[in-house]
Design a protein around this ligand. Structure first.
Ligand code: SER
Length: 325
C-alpha cells in the first residue's frame, strides 16, 4: 500500500469562501507562498478581496467529479481540504441536499484523490455524536448514533474516509470540530452559531436573543486554534497516528450564560434573553458537553491556545474594528 506524501505544497480548498475556508486558504497561502493554494468555490460564493487576489481560484462544485479532477490536475494538487457542507440546522431543513453535498461530494473527492495520490481532510464534528454517546468527557472511541442528518453524514464521512485509507491507501485525516467562533466570515445554519452571533450583538449594542437554553454545554473553539488543528493534523508524522478519521479536539466548553458572562466582563451593558429554537435545542441536547481530546494530544501534539476569556478579548477587539464600534 502506498501512503501518499502528506507534505503540503499544492492545496485545493473546496468551500474556500465559507467560515473555515476563507481563513484556512489565507493561512495556507502564508505558510506555502511557493505553492498553488487554490480557492475552490461555487457560483454565487465567489472569493473577493484578498482571498481572490492572493492566489488562484477555480469553480469546484463538490458534487461535480470532473471539476474536482480538472482542478487537481491543472494545479498538481497534493492535498484537498473538503469544507463543503450544510451545517446541522440547515441540514434538518434540506436533508437530501445535505446528503448529496456531504456524501456524494465526499466520494467524488476520495475517488479523485485515489487516482491522483492526494491527501484529504474532511472535517467531522461534535455532531457525529448522539443522545446515547457519553456526554461528559466524550471518549475518542465511543458510541456514535447521531439523530440529525448532519450527524449521520459526519459519521459516514469518518467511516468512508477510513475505508479509503485502509483499502486504497488514500491519506485521509481529520478532526471533530467543536462549534467554531470567528470574526471574519459568519457560519450559517449551525447549532453553535449563537456563540458567534452573541459577540456581534454585544459589539453592536443590541440585545442578543439566544436560541439555545441556559445550561446547555457544548464544546467550542476559536478559529485560530481550529486552523492550527487543520494544518497540524495534515502535517503530522503518519507513523504516530493510531487514529485518522476523526480526532476529538477540544479547547473550551460553555453554556450560553458562560459566554454571556465572559462578554459582560468587557462590555458590561451587554444584554441577552432566551427564545429557544426547538430544532437547534434538540440537536444541542444530543451533542457532548465536552470531548476528551487526549488521543489528539498524544498522537500529533494537539494543544489549543485560547480559552473563553482570551478568545472573548480578541474577538471583541477585532469586531470593534470590523464594525467600526
Ligand atoms: N458548528 C456545527 C453546527 O453547529 C457543528 O459542527 O452545525
Amino acid at each position: 500500500m502506498v501512503i501518499c506524501n502528506t507534505r503540503m505544497k499544492n492545496v485545493l480548498i473546496i468551500g474556500s469562501t465559507g467560515q473555515i475556508g476563507s481563513e484556512l486558504t489565507m493561512k495556507l497561502r502564508h505558510l506555502h507562498p511557493e505553492g498553488n493554494i487554490v480557492a475552490g468555490y461555487i457560483p454565487g460564493f465567489e472569493p473577493k478581496g484578498e482571498l481572490l487576489e492572493s492566489g488562484p481560484s477555480a469553480v469546484v462544485n463538490v458534487v461535480d467529479a470532473v471539476q474536482i479532477a480538472e482542478a487537481v490536475g491543472r494545479y498538481k494538487i497534493d492535498t484537498i481540504y473538503n469544507l463543503a457542507a450544510l451545517l446541522s440546522a440547515t441540514a434538518e431543513k434540506f436533508p437530501l441536499k445535505a446528503w448529496d453535498i456531504q456524501m456524494n461530494g465526499l466520494i467524488n473527492i476520495l475517488e479523485v484523490a485515489r487516482e491522483h495520490g492526494c491527501a484529504v481532510f474532511t472535517p467531522s464534528s461534535i455532531g457525529s455524536f448522539g443522545p446515547s454517546t457519553p456526554h461528559k468527557d466524550t471518549p475518542q472511541d465511543t458510541i456514535q448514533r447521531p439523530t440529525s442528518m448532519y450527524g449521520v453524514t459526519k459519521v459516514a464521512t469518518e467511516l468512508l474516509s477510513d475505508y479509503y485509507f485502509h483499502k486504497y491507501g488514500v491519506d485521509t485525516r481529520s478532526v471533530r470540530f467543536p462549534g467554531l467562533i470567528s470574526y471574519t466570515t459568519l457560519p450559517g445554519g449551525g447549532t453553535t452559531d449563537y456563540a458567534v452571533e452573541i459577540y456581534y450583538a454585544a459589539v453592536k449594542g443590541e440585545e442578543f436573543v439566544c436560541p439555545i437554553a441556559a445550561g446547555t454545554l457544548m464544546d467550542m473553539m476559536y478559529m485560530p486554534d481550529a486552523l492550527k488543528a487543520a494544518v497540524d493534523i495534515m502535517e503530522a508524522d503518519p507513523s504516530k497516528l493510531i487514529h485518522r478519521n476523526s480526532f476529538n479536539i477540544a479547547s473550551m466548553s460553555f453554556a450560553p450564560e458562560d459566554v454571556f458572562a465572559a462578554i459582560k466582563k468587557i462590555i458590561p451593558d451587554a444584554k441577552m434573553r432566551y427564545e429557544v429554537d426547538p430544532v437547534r435545542q434538540a440537536i444541542a441536547d444530543s451533542w457532548p458537553d465536552n470531548m476528551d481530546d487526549s488521543c489528539a494530544r498524544a498522537e500529533w501534539g494537539w494543544m489549543p491556545h485560547y480559552d473563553l476569556d482570551s478568545m472573548s478579548k480578541d474577538m471583541i477587539e477585532h469586531l470593534r474594528i470590523k464594525l467600526g464600534k
